[in-house]
Design a protein around this ligand. Structure first.
Ligand SMILES: Cc1cc2nc3c(=O)[nH]c(=O)nc-3n(C[C@H](O)[C@H](O)[C@H](O)COP(=O)(O)OP(=O)(O)OC[C@H]3O[C@@H](n4cnc5c(N)ncnc54)[C@H](O)[C@@H]3O)c2cc1C
Length: 346
């Protein structure tokens, strides 16, 4: 049986990996330009609770299931490819600068508790004991041990080394794909191909570099009402993100975007200003009207779809891959994806 996957980003390649793991052999990935993958921009936070929003309980359950699968997924990718994916479990520190910022973090702490997730409130001093380079002005925050990270660039590098057939073709019409099974996983491009209401949500990100990491934890901060996250990599890179902009397919980097990220980053971690500003770039998150992905059969076609992962494509890769591989090979999955059917938008 031949399987064609449209889109060689985080989701398409994770599905390809899972199909290989389950014994599939004849897999073609169609992608004219993998450098457009949002995964190359993404920070790689695996944050099922900090990212959760009231009213998105089904999505949160899927995120929790996926974060639970991440260690096994990372281990299996490493075992099959011999390459690391940067999965780290030090956890996330939530940090606040002002009284108002603290009130916002307190609301988030309440949300974690209601969701049954581990969260430990910390004073400014306790935060600095864990991360000595945080600003002395940081008032307080919390530790979220269950919010982890992976490095999406390492993940993509590992997945691209898999024994797949890569064709640099843009698929603009599903009827041109001759494979027995078709899987649509082309991120924001899925809108044009399927008619699903997936829109690009622009995110600007900075990559700073130093000789060694300034912090060990992922830091999610609010400084004077400005939100920022800082994701440290072992090699000294610090990913600073991200703006959230409704600007269509625009991927320009703006002075204002850089300022919006650097200002709170410097407020919370002053040493960040000493680092080299190595990269500025913007990517397009595939957003949907309810912020949740579309998973399962595409009505009126013989294709399966896995798109619209918005802010969570890296986090949701393992559970998406398992569900779609099950549907493709066995016609069913024991993962509860009923809330994510394409039909909910018609
Ligand atoms: C700034 C930013 C920060 C983010 N941070 C995080 C984070 O911390 N944690 C997290 O979990 N997620 C994060 N994300 C979200 C994550 O990157 C996306 O959800 C994820 O990349 C979606 O994966 P995908 O494979 O569906 O799409 P993509 O990764 O965008 O890949 C789609 C691929 O399809 C190809 N394609 C497009 N059209 C066609 C076509 N017609 N035919 C064939 N191929 C086509 C493209 O070339 C591309 O390679 C972030 C995203 C951004 C932009």
């Amino acid at each position: 049986m031949s399987i064609g996957i449209v889109g060689g980003g985080v989701i398409g390649l994770s599905i390809a990996f899972e199909l290989l793991e389950r014994g599939a052999q004849d897999i073609t990935v169609y992608d004219p330009d993998p450098s457009r993958s949002a995964g190359l921009v993404a920070a790689g936070m695996l944050a099922p609770t900090a990212e959760a929003v009231f009213g998105e309980e089904a999505l949160q359950a899927l995120m929790l299931e996926s974060v639970r699968r991440w260690p096994g997924f990372a281990g299996r990718v490493r075992a099959r490819t011999g390459l690391p994916v940067g999965h780290r479990t030090e956890g996330t520190l939530l940090v606040a600068l002002t009284v108002d910022d603290q009130a916002e973090i307190d609301r988030l702490i309440g949300y974690y508790r209601r969701a049954g997730a581990d969260i430990e409130p910390l004073t400014g001093r306790q935060l600095r004991e864990r991360e000595p380079l945080l600003s002395p002005r940081v008032r307080g925050g919390a530790f979220a041990p269950g919010d982890h990270q992976a490095d999406p660039r390492l993940l993509l590098r590992a997945l691209r080394s898999l024994p797949l057939r890569f064709e640099s073709t843009a698929i603009d019409d599903l009827s041109t794909v001759r494979d027995d099974v078709i899987i649509v996983a082309n991120g924001v491009g899925a809108a044009g191909l399927t008619g699903l209401p997936i829109r690009p949500v622009k995110g600007q990100v900075l990559r700073l570099r130093g000789a060694e990491p300034l912090v060990r934890h992922v830091i999610r901060g609010v400084a004077g009402g400005r939100h920022v996250y800082l994701v440290p990599r072992a090699d000294g890179e610090l990913v600073v993100g991200a703006t959230e902009e409704e600007r269509g397919a625009d991927t320009s980097v703006t002075a204002g975007g850089v300022l919006d990220l650097l200002r709170p980053a410097a407020d919370l971690l002053p040493g960040a200003t000493e680092l080299v500003l190595a990269e500025t770039l913007a990517g397009l998150r595939p957003g949907t009207p309810d912020n949740a992905p579309v998973l399962g059969p595409l009505p009126g076609t013989r294709a399966l779809v896995a798109a619209g992962h918005y802010r969570h494509g890296v986090l949701l890769a393992p559970v998406t891959a398992a569900a779609i591989a099950g549907l493709a090979l066995d016609g069913s999955t024991d993962i509860d994806i009923g809330a994510f059917a394409a039909g909910r938008f018609t």
